[in-house]
Design a protein around this ligand. Structure first.
Ligand code: ST9
Ligand code: ZN
Ligand code: ZN
Length: 326
């Protein structure tokens, strides 16, 4: 079946889910004059410092690790990435394609490897990010600076607007998926098992790696790298790069971020056309996630991939783009 575009799709629900607000949010993006003082969550500050110190320490362990452990850690990076990009992002947040039960199960499992909050919480924040982009109701409002957009937003209580305006968005579809509901209910146990225990046990059991090396390389370092690659989409890709589709918004096309984030750096395109399953005008160009979804399509696991028609993209480029890619 050919990919369908959202405009022609009779059951397209982007507006109800708060995904079609690009033009309106531009006028809403002025900073709030009465931003309350930030409430620092010290538990998160301490945990993220420990995590990053642990990741730095791991660099000295790499030369003494077995080759298979390094390959396994890369595989874990890839699976964790798919759990975020193909799962929480393109499938559950944006409904840009549909997935059969086995694929949804696999993606939810991969999502536990990535430990970035449950799919439900992740998609809730992400829908708010699109609908209220770069306002106080955006959980990682990039107008508050690089550090806040990157990881600072996870170190403080959310701005009240996130909670108040977030309630305007419909999230009911998320928990009505039994896979999402199950993952949300058992999230802590699942993360312990799939982000930390499983990545450590496999190298120790199958090729005799020390549990110490396996834990630091396949869990701590890999987790920290995937986190930072993801956060770069919120920070770097909201600041640096070309804006061929809409020069009036900050999200930009950033190839470096696309490389680290398995295809999620084409962020100007993505904010203009959020329901395109490739999150890019292109297909597999710097986009391992689109390659993954297409492979799943050929295996019969993914279907109804939404793609924006080329003439719509061209018209938009001519109307609002910065002229960098005509
Ligand atoms: C992490 C997430 O790292 C990263 C997400 C990045 C997203 C990137 C997107 C870019 C595009 C995709 C690119 C993918 C690239 C992947 C590359 C891979 C290689 N709407 O949150 P709470 C309400 S996580 C509506 O506790 P606080 C709700 O009632 C890292 N309502 O706020 C909620 O109650 P409940 C690991 C909302 O208390 C209540 O408020 N995880 C919304 O201010 C309280 O919510 C951590 O470190 C909303 N959007 O605390 C945990 N939000 O939930 C860090 C909230 O019961 N988080 N409400 O319904 C925390 O500790 C806390 O959330 C907090 C805020 C301290 C940050
Ligand atoms: Zn964004
Ligand atoms: Zn998105």
């Amino acid at each position: 079946m050919a990919p369908r575009n959202a405009a022609e799709n009779p059951d397209y629900e982007g507006d109800r889910l708060g995904l079609d607000q690009v033009d309106t949010l531009i006028s809403e993006s002025s900073p709030s004059p009465k931003r309350p003082p930030m409430v620092i969550v010290w538990r998160n500050v301490v945990l993220f410092i420990l995590l990053h110190v642990g990741a730095l320490y791991t660099l000295i362990l790499i030369p003494q690790a077995k080759l298979y452990t390094l390959i396994w850690s890369s595989v874990m990076y890839y699976f964790a990435a798919m759990g975020i990009t193909a799962g929480a992002h393109r499938l559950w947040s944006h409904r840009s394609y549909k997935a059969r039960l086995p694929l949804r199960f696999f993606l939810a499992l991969c999502n536990c490897i990535s430990f970035q909050n449950s799919i439900y919480e992740w998609a809730r924040d992400h829908r708010a990010h699109h609908k209220f982009s770069e306002t106080d109701a955006d959980p990682h409002n990039a107008k508050r600076g690089f550090f806040f957009a990157h990881m600072g937003w996870l170190l403080v209580k959310k701005h009240p607007d996130v909670k108040e305006k977030g309630k305007m968005i419909d999230y009911s579809d998320l928990l009505s998926d039994p896979i999402v509901a199950f993952q949300n209910r058992h999230y802590k146990k699942l993360v312990l098992l799939f982000c930390f225990v499983m990545p450590t046990m496999v190298p120790w059991y199958f090729w005799g790696e020390s549990a110490f090396n396996a834990f630091y390389i396949a869990s701590i370092l890999r987790y920290t790298l995937v986190l930072n690659a993801t956060w770069l989409v919120n920070s770097a890709a909201h600041m640096w790069g070309q804006r061929p589709y809409d020069e009036r918004i900050h999200p930009a096309e950033n190839l470096g971020v696309a490389f680290c984030a398995t295809g999620e750096g084409f962020h100007n395109y993505h904010h203009v056309f959020p329901h395109d399953y490739s999150t890019s005008e292109y297909g597999w160009h710097f986009n391992l996630t689109t390659l993954f979804i297409d492979t799943m399509y050929f295996l019969g696991q993914a279907y109804d991939r939404r793609k924006i028609p080329m003439d719509v993209i061209m018209k938009r480029k001519l109307r609002t783009g910065d002229g960098s890619r005509r």
